[in-house]
Design a protein. Structure first.
Ligand code: LCS
Length: 392
């Protein structure tokens, strides 16, 4: 495709008319396997001499379209669609690090990722060296933890749930200098708002469950990078462990993505309006939103993001008791985890998404008992504000 704007890539961005019937929307290839024309054809596909589909755990035409689209949007050569965001993270990380190795990440990450890194990987003798966001701001701080066994750097930005912003270019510089890859979880920003590969990152992972779908009905993950790296992750991990995405889900993701640009714009406009309102409210003690000038990472966010996204967190005065009153009394916001949906979702990181953290570690990085996270939807921002106001 000729060089076109991101908004156009989001709507188009892949081949159309891939079937003989020239469908406007590609069909779902719900099939476990693909017929071989004869024994030699089958053997040729298995040996890699011929190209084609064999079995849907390995590849499937509907998944190929989603993978092509995500690679285009992130500016990578190739991508892999997986069964969940967690399987995307695990597949990439476990391809790069083996028992005895270590990697460096920030302490502020999704609670499930934190559990994977600090518990499951520990069982596999892979060490997660985690540094708080406040110490991730200079190359020196990261390099202090690096040694010969460090196999990759990993970050989320904006980070879940305190919206910490990490300087991708700076981290990518450290990764390049030490010849190791940088993995960025781009779930909160999406490829519409932020393209880490253009800033020097090597691998992108997504919980596609969130904004890529946008409609709260499917779980899935994406890994993006070079062809070589994607082949390695497929061969060393995905094919054998089998965290493949269903073709039906891939088709729904392709449908959801079409509206990504308009949704992200609206999420961002709404979130900024709500964040400003919260910041000015006497019953609100603290607001975390990278679009606010008061946010520690505002300048870096301005540098590396198109808009500031739809996620924010806040603390009401009165701590957890007042916070519970907000969560129990909202009527338009829905009390649920997950994020990135059309509907506004509200949840309590300390007891829900980040309950995997030890209390002290969690509080040290701002995930206090009073913190509430809002995934701002695409409804009227004024209605969300009125809904919150009623609970204060
Ligand atoms: N990365 C980030 C930044 C996430 O927020 C999540 C899930 C994942 C990876 C894992 O993706 P999954 O396997 O669920 O597709 N975050 C969730 C959250 O904040 N609330 O519920 C799930």
């Amino acid at each position: 495709m000729k060089k076109v704007a991101k908004e156009t890539q989001i709507v188009h961005g892949i081949r159309t008319g891939v079937t003989n019937t020239l469908d406007l929307v590609a069909p779902i290839h719900m099939t476990t396997a693909f017929q071989f024309k004869n024994a030699d054809h089958g053997a040729g596909l298995f040996s890699g001499k011929d190209e084609g589909y064999i079995y849907s755990r390995l590849s499937n035409p509907t998944l190929s379209l989603l993978q092509e689209k995500m690679a285009v949007l992130e500016g990578g050569e190739d991508s892999i669609a997986t069964s969940s965001g967690m399987s995307a993270i695990a597949s990439a990380a476990l391809t790069l690090a083996k028992p005895g190795d270590n990697f460096i990440s920030c302490t502020t990450i999704y609670g499930g990722t934190f559990a994977l890194f600090t518990q499951r990987f520990k069982d596999l003798k892979i060490e997660a060296r985690l540094i708080p966001p406040s110490s991730c701001r200079t190359a020196k701080e990261i390099e202090k933890l690096l040694d010969k066994k460090t196999k990759f750097l990993y970050m989320e930005t904006p980070a879940n749930p305190t919206l910490d912003i990490i300087d991708i270019e700076m981290w990518a510089g450290v990764a390049k200098k030490h010849n190791i890859p940088l993995i960025v979880d781009n779930t909160f920003a999406t490829p519409y708002l932020q393209n880490p590969l253009h800033l020097g990152a090597d691998i992108i992972v997504h919980s596609a469950t969130k904004y890529i779908s946008g409609h709260a009905d499917i779980i899935g993950g994406i890994i993006v990078g070079t062809k070589k790296m994607m082949n390695q992750i497929k061969e060393e991990y995905v094919h054998d462990f089998g965290p493949t995405m269903s073709p039906f889900n891939a088709w729904l993701f392709l449908r959801g993505i079409k509206t990504l640009a308009v949704r992200m714009e609206r999420h961002s406009i709404n979130a900024l309006k709500i964040a400003k309102w919260l910041e000015a409210h006497p019953k609100v003690a603290k607001v975390y939103y990278p679009g606010l000038a008061s946010h520690e990472g505002h300048q870096i966010a301005q540098k590396q993001m198109k808009y500031f996204g739809g996620m924010l967190s806040f603390e009401v005065t009165g701590g957890i008791k007042a916070g519970k009153a907000v969560m129990d009394n909202v009527q338009i916001c829905t009390l649920a985890v997950s994020l990135g949906d059309c509907d506004t979702l509200i949840q309590h990181p300390a007891s829900m998404t980040h309950s995997t953290y030890p209390k002290e570690a969690r509080e040290n990085i701002g995930i206090t008992d009073g913190l509430i996270r809002l995934s701002v939807g695409i409804e009227s921002a004024d209605d969300i504000i009125a809904d919150l106001e009623n609970t204060f």
